[in-house]
Design a protein around this ligand. Structure first.
Ligand code: HEC
Length: 146
């Protein structure tokens, strides 16, 4: 094969490798990178804290309903059930909102597909996980390994 074609194919191969390793296999999402967690914190404060609170504690009496009949924002800090869901589910809830996952959903957890990239959603998840106990964190990581 021509040297140049070989070289081209090699670059193409590398490109795909980098691309696919991110696009389709970014789970499990860890909390290992302090830098990414900080990025997640900034994004969280901008897009999520208004409902889930700055300290991730959720709305007061989160198991109840708002005056308009919708469920309140649950805590994400490990005191609720967020850590029972694998990364794939959490990522989807944040990206598409519950409307895409629950038929006739009328609640307030809308998707952030237009505001956040997949990578940014992962930063936020890493930040959220930094609040969980080691036990919950490890359990959730083991669920998210495919
Ligand atoms: C307008 C208020 C609001 C905003 C803003 C909001 N959420 Fe939510 N979120 C909710 C509500 C309410 C629920 C509970 C869903 C339901 O039962 O209807 C929820 C549920 C969730 C869940 C599922 C939690 C669980 O324990 O099962 C996750 C994860 C989540 N939100 C993450 C986020 C993230 C990350 C952001 C920011 C990018 C965000 N939310 C922004 C209101 C909000």
């Amino acid at each position: 094969m021509n040297k140049f074609i070989k070289f081209f194919l090699f670059i193409f191969f590398l490109f795909n490798l980098v691309n696919s390793s991110y696009a389709s296999n970014h789970y499990p999402i860890t909390r290992d990178s302090k830098l990414n967690n900080e990025r997640g914190k900034l994004l969280y404060n901008e897009y999520c804290a208004s409902c889930h609170q700055v300290n991730l504690s959720g709305a007061k009496n989160w198991k109840g309903y708002d005056s308009d009949g919708h469920r309140k924002a649950p805590p994400l800090n490990g005191t609720g059930h967020t850590w029972h869901h694998p990364d794939q589910t959490l990522h989807q809830i944040i990206k598409y909102g519950l409307a895409k996952l629950v038929k006739n959903y009328k609640g307030k957890m809308i998707g952030f597909e237009k505001n956040l990239s997949d990578r940014e959603i992962d930063y936020i998840l890493g930040y959220i996980k930094s609040y969980w106990s080691d036990e919950y964190y490890n359990h959730q990581i083991s669920m998210s390994i495919k």
